[in-house]
Design a protein around this ligand. Structure first.
Ligand code: ADP
Ligand code: DP6
Ligand code: CO
Length: 351
């Protein structure tokens, strides 16, 4: 006799990047950030959490492979936070069943490459804490849930909410004010779509966690970014979203991606996430934007070579045509239907 629940959570792709921690245990960032949560129908994690009195220890499987729980401190922190809250509820109300003492089993699958710079840690930990909260019946607001998700992976706090989501870095040492908030729901700007270009689905050489730790220790450019760049960009980006101003949204998105990768190069030893294909994508987008009277598309790259292209819906079929011209498929081309229904993402949230 136990309890079990399965949920899915989407990835989010930042347009103002988080890269740096001031507190690595609580995962408190060195700057605020802002992202778009993609649709559940596209890149997502699907997680099943079960609890039972007979489970003697906590166990976790990711993409079918068992991962030891006790050596994964972030996972342990997420489980502990949820259990402690449940324990406090049980102490206050003796009629509640003692689920806080039961073992937890987690099985999660990503429908896209894991640890390849497509935000698997974001959808993964958002899904994990959300499902866990459902199983343990924790009465958490999205903003409280974002704090639990943050303990697993910084970017995960933003996947708890749908649409356009900010993560306020906060000032407090205990992290209570370091929370995700919704800038606008997805319906506010449903014309905006995202195209994912998978350049390489292999696991990256430098994880985000290790990469940003070296950056904070060694990059002087990063210090400049934290002190003088991000706060103003956050305001401009929120305004661009409120105004549905694609020109402004696109320009800041590309500049912020460029600065993030410049900071990776300024890290010692340097970190190279972009490859030649990524740089060709940047050149294609830049050229189209220069040739057209209005900005058509914005590229952004997380910690990996894979591109995310944000563009208004009406430009998507043409962009897909262009990318397939420059990067013809090694395999037989998909059907015409595929191209008539471009792979697009409409932001939503956790369900
Ligand atoms: P990414 O760019 O994909 O976010 P990261 O280096 O930030 O890569 O994080 C990858 C790590 O996130 C994985 O090694 C794993 O520990 C964790 N992770 C990925 N997917 C899940 C998931 N579905 N559930 C729990 N943890 C996950
Ligand atoms: C480049 O959230 O994966 O995607 O907090 O150490 O788990 P940890 O790092 P993670 O870093 C994301 C970095 C980024 C930018 C972003 O999503 O804001
Ligand atoms: Co990540």
């Amino acid at each position: 006799m136990g309890r079990q629940m399965t949920c899915t959570a989407p990835v989010n792709i930042a347009v103002i990047k988080y890269w740096g921690k001031r507190d690595p245990t609580l995962i408190l960032p060195t700057n605020s950030s802002l992202s778009v949560t993609l649709s559940q129908d596209d890149l997502h994690s699907r997680t099943t959490v079960s609890i039972a009195p007979e489970y003697d220890q906590d166990r976790m499987w990711l993409n079918g492979i068992e991962c030891p729980v006790s050596s994964n401190i972030r996972l342990v922190n997420c489980l502990q936070a949820a259990r402690e809250q449940r324990k406090a509820m049980e102490a206050a109300d003796s009629s509640l069943p003692s689920w806080s003492t039961w073992g937890i089993r987690i099985a999660s699958v990503n429908n896209f490459p894991t640890a390849a710079g497509l935000a698997s840690s974001a959808s993964g930990y958002a899904c994990l804490v959300y499902t866990l909260a459902q199983v343990l019946e924790l009465p958490l607001t999205p903003s409280q849930l974002s704090r639990y998700a943050r303990l697993g992976s910084g970017s995960a706090c933003r996947s708890i909410l749908g649409g356009f989501v900010g993560w306020e870095m906060g000032k407090l040492a205990n992290g209570e004010d370091s929370l995700a908030y919704q800038v606008a729901p997805e319906t506010h700007w449903s014309e905006l779509e995202a195209l994912i270009l998978v350049v390489n689905d292999a696991k990256k050489d430098t994880s985000s966690t290790v990469g940003m730790q070296t950056t904070v220790k060694t990059s002087t450019l990063a210090q400049h970014r934290f002190a003088s760049v991000v706060a103003e960009r956050m305001q401009q980006m929120e305004q661009a979203i409120q105004d549905r101003n694609f020109e402004q949204f696109a320009k800041i998105t590309m500049q912020d991606s460029n600065q993030f990768h410049a900071i990776c190069l300024d890290t010692y030893p340097p970190i190279f996430y972009l490859n030649d294909t990524s740089r060709t994508i940047i050149r294609i987008v830049t050229t189209i934007n220069e040739l057209c009277p209005e900005i058509q598309a914005a590229y952004t790259f997380d910690a990996g070579p894979n591109a995310v292209i944000y563009a208004p819906k009406q430009h998507m079929p043409r962009l897909i045509q262009l990318f397939t011209y420059f990067f013809p498929a090694a395999h037989p081309l998909p059907s015409e239907e595929f191209f008539n229904d471009p792979y697009h993402c409409v932001p939503t949230g956790v369900t």
